[in-house]
Design a binder for this molecule. Structure first.
Ligand code: MG
Length: 261
């Protein structure tokens, strides 16, 4: 009788463990649309339309890049220039006249956050672009971003990322509860954990070179994000390693893969 009870208990436990593993595996890795969902939708990167498409797809997050105009207005664009105009040395009134290829005006951060907060499902992954003018401007941009997130009441929806370590630390200083991940790939999980970071958000080649960082980060409770993963075999490599997020130009493909698992 005792043996039967033991056997039954073992079976039950095994079932729970396997179920637990399956549910942990299922949907564990979340999809972040890189510069919004633009590649398969035909809208410009970093446009409000690309954000709307990422939301419509049900992405966990939609990433976008922030710069500061000459007169300290925050605008969304990847490069430091748009249509030959340098964002950092041009006043906002002039930038406002710029139209994206879909007819949208160059979005301000304020407009982007206000559009994003109309929903709760897709997080807004705010990349603070380092200034090409000075470190001071990078830090001022960080400060303005935190201010704008507060002003638009989007703190619960926004995660911050940056290639500039000082910018990341500045955000943590201004908003200790902010979730901040570092992009540049040159800090160990140990250092990021010591500095109170939310996680690593590194290029895929960095994880391939330092595969031990994946386990180390997981053990330290840091999140793992990887950019920019656009092909299926690479997606599978990171899915097998249970990273928290994959940032991709192909959110449709990654959503399909993660849903099938
Ligand atoms: Mg970016």
């Amino acid at each position: 009788m005792k043996r039967k009870v033991l056997l039954f208990t073992t079976l039950l436990l095994t079932t729970f463990v396997f179920q637990g593993m399956n549910s942990a595996r299922k949907n564990r890795t979340k999809v972040i649309a890189h510069r919004g969902a633009w590649k398969n939708t035909g809208v410009p990167q970093n446009s409000l339309a690309s954000l709307q498409h990422a939301i419509r797809l049900g992405c966990y997050g939609s990433e976008f890049d922030v710069h500061m105009s000459a007169d300290s207005v925050l605008v969304i664009n990847h490069d430091h220039t748009i249509q030959g105009v340098a964002l950092e040395t041009t006043p906002a009134a002039q930038l406002a006249a710029i139209k994206l290829s879909n007819g949208e005006a160059l979005p301000t951060l304020e407009a982007y956050l206000n559009a994003g907060k109309k929903q709760k499902q897709t997080r807004l992954i705010l990349e603070i672009k380092a200034s090409q003018v000075s470190k001071e401007r990078s830090l001022a941009l960080a400060e303005k971003c935190v201010e704008m997130v507060r002003k638009t009441k989007t703190r619960a929806l926004v995660d911050y990322i940056s290639f500039d370590y000082d910018v990341c630390k500045k955000v943590k200083e201004l908003d200790p509860k902010a979730q901040v991940a570092y992009l540049n790939g040159d800090k160990t999980p140990e250092q990021l954990a010591a500095d109170g970071f939310y996680g690593l958000d590194y290029h895929h080649s960095i994880y391939k070179k330092n595969e031990n960082w994946i386990k180390e980060a997981q053990q330290k409770g840091l999140t793992l994000n990887v950019w920019t993963v656009n092909d299926q075999p690479l997606m599978e490599w990171f899915l097998e390693r249970n990273v928290d997020f994959i940032t991709t130009d192909q959110p449709e493909l990654l959503l399909e893969i993660t849903k099938a698992q």
